[in-house]
Write a protein that binds this ligand. Structure first.
Ligand SMILES: [Fe+2]
Length: 341
């Protein structure tokens, strides 16, 4: 197989065309064309490594042909031949992608030198292209691996959250699915309050594990029917801090910390664990506090009589707006912007 580099000479004048061919033919595979159209036709059947082309030609000039060649084969280097009078045009041709130009008359060494330089650049570009292709291949492989890893993390996250929710609900006195219902309601409230969708998803996830700290509270307290003693109540009040500590060690659950830690803070500052007030309490926690209370009121519990009526729930919310709850969040429910089910 012929491994010589391919050069095409395009010139409407026979003499220069042939003299260049003679200079190059022993080292390279050389073909010639008597005009730009003929040259382009040859190139449409396959690329060459380098084109040597006259600028001034009838029918199609070298600058136009240069742009056509670059469209066909961007990697083919082009050297233009110019008379001194067209020097400015030749210089302009560099910005259309010409590698270099030769001013007529030129001798054999000029041709050999510039052709060799052009081919060297072509080889380097081909090498770079190969490296780039290899790198792109590797990047695409890594991207696939990252996507797989990310999907695994998401599956792992969802599995972990589901397991935690089941654990909390099983251990607590709430009816089945309390955590999920709080998450759904919190998500609807956040949407109505104009929270961005990415943050809504975070609030929903956080809401579903807001009581995670109850894992650390004794079951006898959690499941006790009737009033808690002062000590038991103090113990129970630890669950936001315990929950935040648990979640701190799980990087992909970190965003839930503000909700877990602050969901028992009250708007009037009389909540726990830190007695934060009003907007000192993160919005997500203020939303979850309302969702949590609403769900608790709407469901019958083992230690309490039947669920409250819808009217009673509304009254409770309104009476406690600005005391226990953020009035803006309460407002969303009271005005029917989120329907309770
Ligand atoms: Fe709680």
């Amino acid at each position: 197989m012929d491994n010589k580099e391919k050069i095409l000479i395009i010139d409407d004048e026979l003499a220069p065309r042939e003299s260049i061919r003679m200079v190059l033919k022993d080292t390279y595979t050389v073909s010639t064309a008597p005009g730009a159209l003929e040259g382009l036709d040859m190139l449409s059947h396959g690329p060459v490594d380098l084109v040597v082309m006259d600028i001034k030609m009838p029918r199609m000039d070298g600058i136009t042909a240069l742009q056509e060649i670059k469209k066909l084969h961007p990697d083919t280097e082009v050297i233009l031949l110019t008379a001194y009078a067209s020097l400015e045009t030749a210089r302009d041709a560099i910005r259309f992608g010409a590698f270099d130009y030769l001013i007529k008359p030129f001798d054999k060494d000029d041709i050999l030198l510039v052709v060799e330089k052009g081919l060297k650049k072509r080889r380097e570009n081909a090498g770079l292209k190969m490296e780039r292709d290899i790198l792109l291949g590797r990047a695409s492989y890594l991207e696939d691996q990252v996507t797989k890893a990310r999907n695994n993390i998401i599956t792992c996250y969802e599995g972990t959250v589901s397991a935690l929710i089941l654990t909390i609900d099983a251990k607590d006195h709430y009816t089945y699915n309390h955590s999920n219902r709080v998450a759904q309601l919190a998500s609807k409230l956040a949407l109505e309050l104009g929270v961005p969708s990415k943050v809504i998803k975070e609030i929903e996830h956080a809401a579903s594990i807001h009581d995670i700290g109850k894992i650390g509270i004794e079951e006898s307290i959690l499941k006790k029917n009737g009033e808690l003693t002062t000590d038991e109540y103090l113990e129970m009040k630890k669950h936001p801090s315990i929950g935040a500590r648990i979640v701190q060690s799980v990087p992909f659950l970190e965003e839930a910390i503000p909700v877990i830690l602050n969901h028992h803070e009250r708007y009037d500052g009389k909540g726990y664990p830190h007695g934060l007030k009003g907007e000192q309490i993160p919005l997500a926690a203020r939303i979850v506090a309302v969702a949590d209370a609403v769900d608790a009121m709407m469901r019958a519990r083992p230690y309490r009589e039947a669920a409250l009526s819808m009217d009673r729930v509304m009254e409770e919310l309104q009476e406690n707006a600005e005391l226990q709850f953020d009035p803006e969040v309460v407002d969303v429910i009271v005005r029917g912007r989120v329907v309770l089910v």
